[in-house]
Ligand binder design. Structure first.
Ligand code: DGL
Length: 263
């Protein structure tokens, strides 16, 4: 059984954890939601890096053999430094621009992400690489993280908030939209409703889960041969609230074994 640490600023990484559970259903997972410091999107690189080092150290002490930084903003700010400091393998997130460029028919790809991700060198490098025949336009999903943190995933308020950030992308002709923040896939139904037909949204989580499996195999980290996943939730805020949110967002997935406060 492999022990996998998964971290995010809050609930967003659960959109990645569910895809990991789809293809690696029997491993041990330690999920850390840094909800006391959420959102990361407007924080400085140094603040995010400091939190990541602290959380990753804690997860390694708890036995994590591989770490998934299930947060685009934290990946952009910290993964290079984490990789050079710790010896465990890391898997990070990045906006799935490459598949979107292959899919668009209008020739315009939209990217929804936090300001931290869109201003980071990592994203600018990706944009440079894939822009050419395709136009790539961006929008910060203002208020999206807060909607998900409050498990407000549908309804009028939700759609109003979504439309404010989504409309500029649609007006520029985007027909394929990359969800560049792990919170956003939980808003998929409302995003689709606001966009109408003919617009495709890309959640990178299934690809990240497949990549994690490859990384575990390449690093000779033994996988379980069966049985239920062992899931621990840790948070810098309220563990009961996190467990409740898990039950709502990951309904139908294995139950949580423990949920604890960790500053
Ligand atoms: N879920 C995160 C991401 O993928 C961070 C959102 C935030 O805390 O601003 O970027």
């Amino acid at each position: 059984m492999a022990t996998i640490g998964v971290m995010d600023s809050g609930l967003g990484g659960l959109s990645v954890l569910r895809r990991m559970l789809d293809i690696l259903p029997s491993e041990r997972y330690i999920y850390y939601a840094d909800s006391a410091h959420c959102p990361y999107g407007e924080k400085s690189r140094d603040q995010i890096r400091e939190r990541c080092f602290h959380i990753v150290s804690m997860m390694i002490e708890e036995g994590a053999e591989a770490i998934v930084i299930a947060c685009n903003t934290a990946t952009s700010a910290a993964i290079a430094d984490l990789r050079s400091h710790f010896s465990v393998p890391f898997v990070g997130m990045e906006p799935a621009v490459k598949p979107a460029v292959g899919l668009t028919r209008s020739g315009v790809v939209g990217v929804l992400a936090t300001a931290g991700t869109l201003n980071g060198e990592k994203y600018l490098g990706i944009k440079n690489r894939y822009e050419g025949g395709t136009r790539i336009v961006e929008s910060v999903g203002r208020g999206f993280v807060e909607l998900v943190e409050n498990t407000c995933l549908r309804g009028e308020e939700c759609e109003r908030t979504i439309s404010q950030s989504l409309t500029p992308l649609l007006e520029q002709g985007a027909d394929t939209i990359v969800l560049g923040c792990t919170h956003y896939p939980f808003l998929m139904d409302s995003l689709k409703k606001c966009a109408g037909s003919g617009v495709e949204f890309i959640d990178p989580a299934p690809r990240v889960a497949l990549h994690l499996k490859d990384v575990l195999v390449q690093n000779n980290i033994g996988l379980a041969s069966g049985g239920e996943a062992d899931i621990s939730l840790y948070t810098s805020a309220d563990p009961e609230k996190l467990q409740k949110a898990y039950s709502t967002l990951l309904a139908g997935y294995p139950e949580v074994n423990r949920s604890e406060y960790r500053p």
